[in-house]
Design a protein around this ligand. Structure first.
Ligand code: SF4
Length: 215
């Protein structure tokens, strides 16, 4: 069986020039979207336009910090989007937790839960930086450099495991059988870790550090 590859060349050019962005904003970075979308920066000149539902969208922007509650909706929305699909993480909150790095209910690194194609540095990134990331995304899609949805599918157990470490994935995953199995495995592991844990806070932090990104 041949390995799936990201589209490139004319197919990639067409794909990159007609991105439909899911209208789903999290965190304070969302406030940079209106100027990016309207006449001053006018993102539609790149063929990027907002879309209300995940089933017709191919670009997911995570515009800031993500609570565990919101992560559930993000995973659900990401899984509903058709392939090929792309993810951009805005600001330091998606890179390492940002100013919420020590919060009990936000995640620290977005790419441990869903694949991220591009990050935009800053707190918060300005519209110029967002436009820059769009042009980089368009260029990268044409060259076949972005393949997050393939990585997600190939490493689904890794992502599901990390998701199960912070939330109940059974109600939020499209593949319910896989979610049920991984959820049970993680619960077993948790029980063992709880038996060993002596300082609950340290245990809680250690539990949230997954084992590294898939190659
Ligand atoms: S990176 Fe800064 S602007 Fe963006 S969500 Fe975090 S705190 Fe808000």
């Amino acid at each position: 069986m041949t390995k799936e590859k990201a589209p490139k060349g004319i197919k990639g050019w067409a794909q990159g020039r007609s991105l439909w962005m899911l209208h789903f904003c999290t965190g304070c970075g969302a406030i940079e979207m209106p100027p990016t979308m309207t006449s001053r920066y006018d993102m539609e000149r790149f063929g990027i336009t907002p879309m209300a539902t995940p089933r017709q969208a191919d670009l997911l922007l995570i515009t800031g910090y993500l609570t565990v509650k919101t992560l559930k909706r993000v995973v659900r929305s990401y899984e509903q989007m058709p392939d090929p699909k792309y993810v951009i993480g805005f600001g330091s909150c998606t890179v390492n937790g940002g100013m919420y790095w020590d919060s009990y209910n936000t995640i620290k690194r977005l790419d441990l839960y869903i694949p991220v194609d591009l990050y935009i540095a800053g707190c918060m990134p300005r519209p110029e930086a967002i436009i820059d990331s769009f042009t980089e995304l368009i260029k990268g899609i044409k060259e076949g450099r972005f393949d997050g949805w393939i990585r997600y599918r190939e490493n689904i157990e890794f992502y599901k495991r990390n998701q199960a470490m912070v939330m109940d994935i059974r109600k939020w995953s499209l593949d319910t059988e896989l979610a049920e199995r991984i959820w049970n495995e993680v619960q077993e592991e948790r029980k063992k870790r709880f038996e060993r844990a002596t300082v609950p806070h340290v245990y809680e932090l250690a539990e949230r550090i997954p084992e590294g990104l898939p190659k």
